[in-house]
Ligand binder design. Sequence first.
Ligand code: PEP
Ligand code: MN
Ligand code: NA
Length: 589
Amino acid sequence: MATPIELFIEEMQKLFQPDEVYIMDGSQEEAEKLANIAQKSKVDGKIVLEKLNEKEYPNSYYHRSNTNDVARTEHLTFVCTPSKTEAGPNNNWMDPVEAKEKMMGFFKGAMKGRTMYVIPFVMGPPKSKYAKNCIQVTDSVYVALSMRIMARVGKQAVERIGSSSDFFRGVHSIGDVNPDRRFIMHFPQENLVMSFGSGYGGNALLGKKCYSLRIGSYLGYQEGWLAEHMIIIGVEVPDGKVIYFLGAFPSACGKTNLALLEPVLKGYKVWTLGDDIAWINVGEDGRLYAINPEAGFFGVAPGTGLKTNPIMIKTLKNDKFFPTLFTNTAVDNSDNTPWWEGASDEIPSDLTNWQGQKYDKNLDKAAAHPNSRFTVSIYNCPTLSPEYNNPKGVPISGIIFGGRRKDTIPLVYEAKDWNSGVFTASIIGSETTAASSGQVGNVRRDPMAMLPFCGYNMGEYFQHWINIGKKVKKLPKIFMVNWFRKDENGKFMWPGFRDNSRIIKWMIYRIEGKTGAKESEIGLFPEENAIDLSGLDIKKETMEKLLKVDKQDWKREVAMIEEFYAKFGDKIPRDLRKHLTELKKKLGL
Ligand code: PEP
Ligand code: MN
Ligand code: NA
């Protein structure tokens, strides 16, 4: 009798009609073999992978994508639930029957002349009861290799699945990389994603945003846990204790830098557990525990340098795991290394830009695409937490939310209690970035940094957050931060990066009850001199501005929040409406 996995492969083979089927075992030899294939194959007339300087960047390869395929495409991403209300106004919706018919049209025979890679993988520590089993098929060797980095690929997934048919099915073909024939369709009820026409991370590595967030959030809603767009870090304090935090920020707001932070404060150390996704469960002791379902970083390259993220530079240059990929960066021809804005102060003189042409500083805005990326194993990370594979996860003491805002949102404040924190997170606004196609720099509401990733109605998602709070015995504290506030001259007021450890230190003092707080209209603020600014040259007035609640700004903010809430009608939990009414009253509205 055929197993459910075998039946799935057979079904995919019939549908796609590939010349060959290759089932991945996750081994190093296999990865080397695939990298060799990728160096000889072309997609769209471009060599898939090119070897980079082995001495500078061990195990590293360069990939240049089609210029139309450089970011997530939210307008082509759908949640296909039986009813539109279930998907909510936060998602594009299509009837599941119609969506499947559409995708079948694209899929039929799409792998003729190609190899179909079958990728069995586990999201989460394989010994964890919170981990989930998955299989993706793809005709892109770049996607197959990327999946090896981003997830725990191999036999353990097959073993875990056994004779069960309960596993996520990811169906992917890069097709002809044509945005007119590109869709990413989610079927939460069937634990299924169909994706066509893109090889880009969030569109194509289906274990990532598609499964671990969109399908995952839906599963969490059904099963009583949370799938979140969050980093996981352990902060070691001078006495050796480690305090675990989650941090949610919209794309390209510095999540990865915070996840690999090298604190400026003596005696502090950050242990990395994840930079993008957290699965959060209520543990046996009634505390919240988080695991990272992923096994690698898919990070934005520009802005990553020795000053902003020295640990990531070490990670990228580490030789532990094969391979590391660089996508749509520039290449320094003098030594065949990847280069991007912020990699060094000086621009190398002989650069090939991300589009494959000689870089001309008079013609090109940037040499690397602003959303160019690295894909690297978490095992390369020198600050990887020894708890990374703990099947129980790590106990969470604080949750940090943030956004990118030049005004309105103070540097840091604390929510009074869990539900105030849920409210605070539900009203996050952030300036849009290059991580998704579309205009950069507009403020859009991005609750919990989950707007593009919540796989069901966000009103119900807010209620789910409130419900989880009721099940937890020792609730984490919830904080809001904004590293990006600017002055009248458009200059960042807070140094950010390694100095953010000063804010985390204050949070730890709050968690441990070592410092008080001042109440304001929007939450609790640091007392005078409570933030450790030792060794930092920053004016008292600047700190005051950074921590100020500007009522005029907030009145504008409230209007935007009301407009956003209105989209969800009566799905917005009553308690959140109450918080909004109270906020308005405090602002004199
Ligand atoms: C992605 O698109 O795969 C991704 C990681 O996106 P982001 O960095 O925007 O969260
Ligand atoms: Mn992300
Ligand atoms: Na990221």
